[in-house]
Design a protein around this ligand. Structure first.
Ligand SMILES: NC(=O)c1ccc[n+]([C@@H]2O[C@H](COP(=O)([O-])OP(=O)(O)OC[C@H]3O[C@@H](n4cnc5c(N)ncnc54)[C@H](O)[C@@H]3O)[C@@H](O)[C@H]2O)c1
Length: 249
């Protein structure tokens, strides 16, 4: 039980086979009371119900500051002050530069980068009241190696922006007892990737992964648990690769 007494907010936690949902479940298993936020409100509620009665689900579009602030205030009323925030909500698009419209750019940058910024800003007053906190931001291997398999340049830019944001927040907030770290997963089996590869493509990708398999949501959830818990209490501003050795830097 690494998170007994913690209230954890997980954004983008509705998706049944997603990283957010697997992480919410692992946090709950470790004793946290979890608030699942998602633009799919019903899915968020179902996800929370599946974890047990001490957890809550909320509809929230992380790109809208007023919605984000209102939801965080409701979470505090329902569950108490959050000590953990997992900025996981994100969308991707496998587009090439010339195909990216302004609307595509806005959607991808807003959901990933603006959402991470707005949720981090919204949780701060509550973590300050607690005098401690752990914020985990979701980047991607694509931010490091200049391209992923399913993300276009706008997605890479958003995920690289998240690394800069996380590092700057880490430096700023450490004196207040708030740590900020980031995860950079490689390819993970979720709804973002499901049905988008042929068996041959998948076999080719596996050949490029030294550990010899595509990642599962639980692989990322475990890394997130490490950052969320006191196991990492002397670590801030760090980026953890969760990629089976696909990219080593
Ligand atoms: N799957 C991978 O291979 C992989 C690799 C690296 C990073 N990531 C990142 O991991 C995170 C989770 O992805 P996943 O693979 O579990 O995908 P997913 O599609 O299963 O989950 C994403 C969730 O975010 C929610 N969401 C989308 N827009 C939102 C908004 N505006 N407000 C609130 N919620 C919103 C969706 O409804 C969904 O539940 C994303 O940030 C993604 O970029 C995924």
């Amino acid at each position: 039980m690494l998170l007994r007494g913690d209230v954890a907010v997980v954004t983008g936690g509705a998706s049944e086979h997603g990283i957010g949902r697997a992480t919410a479940a692992l946090f709950a298993e470790h004793g946290a009371h979890v608030a699942v936020l998602d633009i799919e409100g019903q899915g968020a509620q179902q996800a929370a119900e599946s974890l047990g009665s001490e957890h809550r689900g909320y509809r929230c579009d992380v790109t809208k500051e007023s919605e984000v602030e209102a939801v965080f205030s409701q979470v505090v009323k329902d569950l108490g002050l959050p000590s953990i925030l997992f900025n996981n909500a994100g969308v991707t698009q496998p587009r090439r530069t010339a195909e990216i419209t302004e609307a595509d750019y806005d959607r991808v940058l807003d959901t990933n980068l603006r959402g991470t910024f707005l949720c981090s800003k919204a949780v701060l007053p509550y973590m300050r009241r607690l005098g401690r906190g752990s914020i985990i931001c979701m980047s991607s291997v694509s931010a490091k190696r200049g391209g992923g398999i399913f993300g276009g340049p706008h997605y890479c830019a958003a995920k690289a922006g998240i690394l800069g944001l996380a590092r700057a927040m880490a430096r700023e907030l450490a004196p207040e007892g708030i740590r900020v770290n980031a995860l950079a997963p490689g390819l993970i089996h979720t709804d973002i990737t499901r049905g988008k590869m042929t068996a041959e493509q998948e076999a080719d990708i596996v050949k490029s992964i030294p550990i010899g398999r595509i990642g599962e949501p639980i692989d990322v959830a475990r890394a997130c648990l490490f950052f969320a818990s006191s196991l990492s209490e002397y670590i801030t501003g760090e980026v953890m690769d969760v990629n089976g050795g696909m990219h080593i830097d």
